[in-house]
Every structure is written in structure tokens, then in C-alpha cells.
Design a protein around this ligand. Structure first.
Ligand code: S3P
Length: 163
């Protein structure tokens, strides 16, 4: 029986939402997605927040949503790829649960998200995205209680490993 949340972290395209939903079934816990919660709470899409107000505004909203979700009963919480860019988010997650980093190579991740227009950061181009990835890797690793290499593992193998 889990008494705290499980937070899934990792770059865009790591499979946080897909794996989170399966884990939620296995643990018989609610599944929540921070990005989706931001959109519902604010009544605006993430793409529109970035376009109208910029990334900094999104980060503030993301932090507020994370805090709100962290105060709920134990859940599997899928986060956005940039959650680790603010130390207070890392502190929040570590205080309220276990943090699992779903890792994959940049090449794999980029292939999955390159054409996705719902993710505003992908429009910046491959090398800019790669820089973000490199910058974040250390944050993901330091924040994680468990690092799971998803390369060469199916979704269900990844879930079994985590369980
Ligand atoms: C972002 C990742 C997205 C979303 C937003 C910003 C990022 O979530 O939060 O577009 O900064 O990496 P996913 O990781 O679920 O795609």
C-alpha cells in the first residue's frame, strides 16, 4: 500500500503519461497528469499559454498545479518535462513522494516529439532542444529516487520493473 505519490519525471516523449496510466492500474491508484491539470485549471491550452504569455508564465502555473496535486490523496503523477527546471518543484516532489526518472536517449525522444505541435518547445528546433535535454539530464538524475532506462523495454516491461 502506497502512502505517498509516485511522480514520473523525464524529457518530453519519455512515456510518462502512458506508463503512468498503466502504473495507476497496477497500484489501483488515481492517475493525474500535471499538464492536463494546468489546462483544466486555467481553461487554456499549454500551447496558448506559451504563445500568449511565454514560458515563465507556464512555469508558474505548472508549479501551482503541482502543489495542488501534491496535497491530494496518493496518486501516480505524471509531470511535464520541464518540472525539474525549478528547484522548488523538485523539493515538493521529494517531500510528497517517490520520484521516478524515465530515461531515454535524445535521439529516441526527438523522434517521438519532433512533429508534435502541441508541445511548444519542439518548434525551437533540434539543437536547441538537445541543449535543454543536456541541461536537464543532471536535474532528472539528481531528483530521482529511481532511474529507469526505457530504451529496449516495452511499456509493460518498464511498469513491471518499477513495480
Ligand atoms: C515541457 C513539456 C511538456 C509540457 C510543456 C513544456 C517541457 O510536457 O509541460 O510543453 O518544458 O519539457 P511533456 O513532457 O509531458 O511533453
Amino acid at each position: 500500500m502506497l502512502r505517498k505519490h509516485i511522480y514520473l519525471i523525464g524529457f518530453m516523449g519519455a512515456g510518462k503519461t502512458t506508463i503512468g496510466k498503466q502504473l495507476a492500474q497496477k497500484f489501483n491508484l488515481p492517475f493525474v497528469d500535471v499538464d492536463q491539470f494546468v489546462e483544466e485549471r486555467e481553461g487554456i491550452s499549454i500551447a496558448d499559454i506559451f504563445e500568449r504569455e511565454g514560458e515563465a508564465s507556464f512555469r508558474l502555473r505548472e508549479t501551482k498545479s503541482l502543489q495542488q496535486l501534491s496535497d491530494c490523496s496518493p496518486s501516480i503523477i505524471s509531470t511535464g518535462g520541464g518540472i525539474v527546471e525549478r528547484q522548488e518543484n523538485i523539493d515538493e516532489m521529494k517531500h510528497h513522494g517517490q520520484v521516478i526518472y524515465l530515461s531515454a536517449s535524445f535521439a529516441t525522444l526527438y523522434e517521438r516529439v519532433a512533429d508534435d505541435t502541441t508541445r511548444p518547445l519542439t518548434s525551437a528546433g533540434k539543437s536547441t532542444l538537445h541543449e535543454r535535454f543536456q541541461m536537464r539530464e543532471a536535474y532528472y538524475e539528481n531528483a530521482a529516487d529511481l532511474v529507469v532506462d526505457t530504451e529496449g523495454r516495452s511499456i509493460s516491461e518498464t511498469c513491471d520493473f518499477i513495480v
